[in-house]
Design a protein around this ligand. Structure first.
Ligand SMILES: O=P(O)(O)OC[C@@H](O)[C@@H](O)c1c[nH]c2ccccc12
Length: 259
């Protein structure tokens, strides 16, 4: 699947048109938010309508309302899918969300070319995703540097230990995501976090991504060493996404349970 998505992206970037610059955007730092999470583990809450593995997840989809509810419920950052073809996302959703919340906003897409970094700057992203399995490590590093030079942070995602090691041979990303889902087969296992975390350098922030469905999953990846989680589907399937956040953290009336 990943290969197919990348083939589409390579075509898309050849005709990509940049929106005009949005000068008044105030960037918010993803790393700062994740280093000081509001709870014992940080939450990046995702705004996602559909995915190639699950199809349509949320038919009644209002990105701004969802993002505001996430913010209200104490998420540390918001992730917005901007891929149109496979995730039914849109870059306009990110711009709309950025205008509506104070939290850092992560652009979730398949970034393969520097033009998409300029696009991310212009649509108002604070951070972008770079996927280890999608890019040769040197290319990933070039894009990483370009993003930071333009004032964006990067979440560098890996699924395999080997991918991480190839990246670490070149540089140490500040924020490292371990994707529990294999983007080629869609097989999802929290054990991935357990296997990869020991190889993440101590200074990097570890985000466990995908397949976190409930409070017990959250505790599991926390014991594996994750400092933050990226959660989409399980929140998006609940009508009230704010209540879903509190449920994930086992909070009653928005308050952390004491026992
Ligand atoms: O919906 P989930 O299983 O909670 O997963 C969220 C997020 O991790 C997932 O959307 C994701 C992780 N890496 C990606 C790369 C591209 C697109 C999507 C993703």
């Amino acid at each position: 699947m990943l290969e197919q998505i990348l083939t589409t992206k390579r075509k898309e970037v050849t005709t990509l048109t940049l929106p005009s610059t949005w000068s008044e955007v105030k960037r918010a730092s993803l790393s700062a938010a994740l280093r000081k999470p509001k709870r014992s583990i940080g939450l990046i809450a995702e705004v996602k309508k559909a995915s190639p593995s699950k199809g349509l997840i949320r038919p009644d989809f209002h990105p701004v309302d969802i993002a505001k509810a996430y913010e209200q419920a104490g998420a540390d950052a918001i992730s917005v899918l901007t891929d149109v073809k496979y995730f039914q996302g849109h870059r306009q959703y990110l711009t709309d969300v950025k205008q509506a919340v104070q939290l850092p906003v992560l652009r979730k897409d398949f970034i393969i070319d520097r033009i998409q970094i300029e696009e991310s700057v212009r649509i108002g992203a604070d951070a972008i995703l770079l996927i280890g399995e999608a890019l040769p490590p040197k290319t990933l590093y070039e894009l990483y540097k370009e993003a930071y030079e333009k004032g964006l942070e990067c979440l560098v995602e890996v699924h395999k230990r080997e991918t991480l090691e190839n990246i670490l041979a070149i540089f140490t990303p500040e924020i490292i995501g371990v994707n529990n889902r294999d983007l080629c087969t869609f097989v999802t296992s929290l054990e991935t976090t357990k296997e990869v975390v020991p190889f993440v350098p101590a200074d990097s922030i570890i985000v466990s991504e995908s397949g976190i469905g409930n409070a017990s999953d959250l505790t599991t990846v926390q014991t594996y060493g994750a400092k933050a989680v990226l959660v989409g589907e399980s929140l998006m399937r609940k009508e009230d996404v704010g209540a879903a956040v509190h449920e994930l953290f086992q909070e009653v009336d928005g308050i952390v349970r004491s026992s």
